[in-house]
Write a protein that binds this ligand. Structure first.
Ligand code: UDP
Length: 465
């Protein structure tokens, strides 16, 4: 076992680099916190745009030092309005400005850790002669699929054979619709697909991949990757501390949780394991027809619900008769304290788009899932939920209408809450919750991997000094 002594590593400085996006920043901040608690000196370099969310004189968050570099755009520029331009400018100016920031430090960094979507950070690290690590913020399953797709190691669906099934080492057989949208011939997000292509061509420059997953969840694929010469170390689940009933969380919140007290107080009035919690994350917006279908399905189940409907910017939740009809059956909010909600004893299942953060939070809280995936990694995560982890069911689109029907919502809620497999799904969810807690507790599998990483970084640093 490596050293847990803060004093010994105190001179070992590591640099974290990430996009100023909630789903990237929070996992890397929490990882940084763990590294600092094991004695490393941790600095986070973020783009100036993140300053909009932190006070302008912020020097640290928790025990992580903050530094900023320019992405080449004015601070007030609306980056979300033109993501392609933002990513292009960042790729052009980010390396130069990050290099200047690194060179302004008198002592050398022992390692530069970055999140995916910033493949150029590996080049900057190589230029200053510092080893790099990537924090992979999706399951190892996705890492394996992208690695094999972008390096052309297997046959994937193509325009001439769109229905090709894909069987990869360490993974179940995937049908085309269960693969991430970026590897399909129908992919129309060329910018994000292009960045992943660059990431997987640059991986030979990266010494460690730290995955936001845990060994007990993805043992087969993680073992396969490591036997195949990758250094993929699971260090998760990296989720808000509130999931593990701890208070000392470190968080960057882009959205206001106005509804916090409403949600928790309302949940306090509900019966144990009775509430259907519904959220589609931060990026997806439901159409009126989809909202109607969900509302109709909920109405027929008579089950209490807590539903996050996020209206698009400057818009309102649509006024639909069906929402009025079910208003006494549940609570609709535009943002929830999700991890506290999932940990609440009244919650019985989570109807989710299967974004990786939401799914890990649900797994860590032991809540069964109704999977309603849309794009990117979500269809693959949903497949793992149903076919591998056995903690949920998948909601199918109506083949003619192209979206979910009220009847399908009702079927899924009944199946998870009261159906013949309900007990089994709950049992599996509780088993994974226990495994998740063990993984991050002292000497658990993920805790050991973090310690092993700290030890390797510290010892290679002492040698290079
Ligand atoms: N989230 C939340 N309250 C909400 C909706 C979402 O706190 O009402 C958080 C959720 O806990 C998760 C994140 O937003 O950490 C969503 O990330 P995910 O990867 O699931 O989905 P994305 O938004 O990236 O599609």
């Amino acid at each position: 076992m490596g050293s847990n002594n803060c004093q010994e590593n105190q001179h070992t400085k590591v640099l974290l680099v990430t996009l100023a996006a909630q789903g990237h920043l929070n996992p890397i901040l929490r990882l940084g916190n763990s590294l600092a608690s094991k004695g490393l000196h941790v600095t986070l370099a973020n783009t100036h745009s993140a300053l909009k969310n932190w006070s302008t004189d912020a020097k640290s968050v928790g025990n992580i030092h903050l530094e900023f570099f320019s992405d080449g755009l004015p601070i007030d520029y609306d980056r979300k309005a033109d993501i392609d331009r933002y990513m292009d400018t960042l790729k052009k100016f980010g390396p130069v400005n990050l290099l200047a920031l690194i060179r302004s430090h008198q002592s050398k960094f022992a390692c530069i850790i970055f999140t995916a979507f910033l493949p150029w950070v590996a080049d900057v690290a190589a230029e200053v002669g510092v080893p790099s690590a990537m924090l992979w913020i999706q399951p190892c399953t996705l890492y394996q699929i992208y690695h094999r797709y972008y390096n052309k190691l297997d046959e994937f669906p193509s325009e001439s054979s769109p229905d090709t099934n894909v069987k990869l080492p360490g993974l179940p057989c995937f049908r085309a619709e269960e693969l991430p949208s970026f590897v399909l011939p129908t992919n129309n997000s060329h910018m994000l697909g292009g960045i992943l292509d660059e990431v997987f061509h640059n991986m030979h420059k990266v010494k460690w991949v730290l995955g936001n997953t845990f060994m007990e969840l993805e043992k087969d694929v993680i073992t396969c990757m490591n036997n195949d010469g990758h250094v993929f170390w699971p260090v998760g689940p990296i989720v808000p501390a509130t999931v593990f009933d701890k208070k000392d969380d470190i968080v960057f919140d882009l959205f206001k949780s106005d509804g916090k007290n409403d949600c928790l107080e309302w949940l306090n009035t509900q019966k144990p394991s009775s509430v259907v919690y519904i959220s589609f994350g931060t990026l997806l917006f439901l159409s009126e027809k989809e909202i109607e279908s969900i509302a109709l399905g909920l109405k027929n189940t008579k089950q209490p619900f807590l539903w996050v409907i996020r209206p698009k910017e400057n818009q309102q939740v649509p006024k639909l008769d069906i929402l009025d009809e079910i208003k006494d059956q549940g609570l609709i909010v535009n943002w929830s304290p999700q991890t506290e909600v999932l940990s609440h004893p009244s919650v019985g299942c989570f109807l989710s788009h299967c974004g990786w953060n939401s799914l890990l939070e649900s797994i860590a809280a032991g809540v069964p899932v109704i999977a309603c995936p849309r794009w990117t990694d979500q269809p693959t995560n949903a497949k793992m939920v149903t076919d591998v982890w056995g903690v949920g069911v998948k909601m199918m689109n109506d083949s003619e209408a192209g979206f979910i029907s009220g009847g399908e919502v009702e079927r899924c809620v009944q199946e998870v809450m009261n159906g013949p497999r309900s007990d089994e799904l709950k049992r599996n969810a509780i088993e994974l919750k226990t495994a998740a807690r063990q993984a991050v507790s002292d000497d658990g599998s993920s805790d050991k991997n973090i310690q092993m990483f700290v030890d390797e970084v510290s010892s290679s640093y002492s040698l290079s000094e």
